[in-house]
Design a protein around this ligand. Structure first.
Ligand SMILES: Nc1ncnc2c1ncn2[C@@H]1O[C@H](COP(=O)(O)OP(=O)(O)OP(=O)(O)O)[C@@H](O)[C@H]1O
Ligand code: SF4
Ligand SMILES: [Mg+2]
Length: 325
């Protein structure tokens, strides 16, 4: 387990709704190493956020983790009590949400809440906590942090507010940060900038980062490895450059063809035809079957994860790998 911060093994999180059983996460596995940046990518409804919430132990009713292991520094988070999880959250594991106001309190000054976040988990004097808050703001690119500390969240722009939320997440130098599309509301350049800054901080502190996004372009060049999710399952996993240059799964190929920045100017963007299937009545066999240009009779069965090359994993009977061979 040396160097491994989090190993998710066969995670299953299901929602027991009045309308029926929704297998939002159904047998997800991946590993994140110390200081590593992992991209968790997939269309809306593929189970990315539910995976994140499962890890921090905040799955809402009627949802429940029904199987698997979440090995964090070698210990299964699923065996922790609610008290133990509360201590881990904001301290060893932090989550950054799409809406920074999920982290920030609108009626408190930034310094008050950041200092509180430090004092809740570290035995330091208040002025030391204040210096740590100031430094954290500086690290995420906020100018004149001493002055900004005295402001209230509403006095910041959306992008600045998100930077404050990220700085707050970094305060206690957690071992793991889960960032759930924290920058989608922002301009692409600013998204890249923020991810770049967060990456540098993670490299310095050894913090592992799971960056959740539906946009492959955002993580290109910034993540180390990527897991692609489709309908509650990981369908492809590998080093980010390999997956982007030589995707194996037909869904990854479709996702890449629909990324604007990877298309030549003037060329029409292709969209993956069809809709994400409803998780309430997933078809038998491969969940991507109805949309897949490579589908054949064998795809009526459920493909298992295979490793066609070192470090590469794919859940498909007819991966693009065969083309190259
Ligand atoms: N509270 C809930 N009750 C019932 N089903 C839920 C609930 N939350 C999530 N789900 C189910 O889990 C699926 C996956 O949801 P999740 O939020 O993880 O998707 P996502 O990949 O994060 O999508 P997005 O990109 O839109 O954020 C949803 O499509 C939905 O069917
Ligand atoms: S298993 Fe078949 S349907 Fe599924 S992605 Fe692969 S080729 Fe397409
Ligand atoms: Mg989500």
């Amino acid at each position: 387990m040396a160097g491994i911060t989090l190993r998710v093994e066969d995670l299953a999180t299901h929602f027991f709704t009045k309308g029926g059983l929704i297998k939002a996460v159904d047998g997800v596995s991946f590993t994140v190493h110390r200081g590593e940046i992992m991209g968790l990518v997939g269309e809306s409804g593929s189970g990315k956020s539910v995976t994140g919430f499962s890890i921090i132990g905040l799955v809402d009713q009627p949802g429940r983790v029904v199987g698997g292991r979440l090995l964090f520094n070698g210990e299964d988070l699923l065996n922790k009590s609610e008290d133990e999880m509360r201590t881990l959250r904001g301290n060893r594991i932090a989550m950054i949400f799409q809406d920074p106001m999920m982290t920030l309190n609108p009626v408190l000054r930034i310094d008050t809440q950041m200092i509180e976040a430090v004092l809740a988990h570290q035995n330091v004097a208040k002025d030391k906590a204040r210096r740590m808050a100031r430094d954290a703001l500086g690290q995420v690119g906020i100018a004149s942090p001493d002055e900004r500390l005295k402001a209230y969240p509403h006095q910041f722009s959306g992008g600045m507010r998100q930077r404050v939320a990220i700085a707050t997440a970094l305060l206690n130098k957690p071992d793991l940060i889960i960032a759930d599309e924290p920058t989608t509301a922002l301009d692409v350049t600013i998204q890249g900038q923020i991810l770049h800054e967060v990456k540098n901080l993670c490299r310095q502190t050894g913090t592992a980062l799971i960056w959740i996004t539906h946009d492959l372009a955002v993580i290109a060049g910034l993540a180390d490895h990527v897991s692609v999710m489709y309908a509650g399952r990981v369908v492809e996993d590998g080093p980010v450059d390999d997956v982007l240059d030589r995707p194996l799964h037909p869904y990854s190929v479709g996702l890449l063809e629909s990324v604007p920045s990877r298309n030549r100017r003037g060329q029409r963007l292709s969209q993956i035809p069809g809709m994400t299937p409803s998780l309430l009545n997933l078809p038998a066999g491969c969940a991507f079957k109805a949309r897949c240009p490579r589908a054949g009779d064998d795809c009526a069965a459920l493909p298992e994860i295979t490793a066609p090359a070192p470090d590469r994993q794919v859940r498909c009977f007819r991966p693009h790998f065969e083309d190259a061979a």
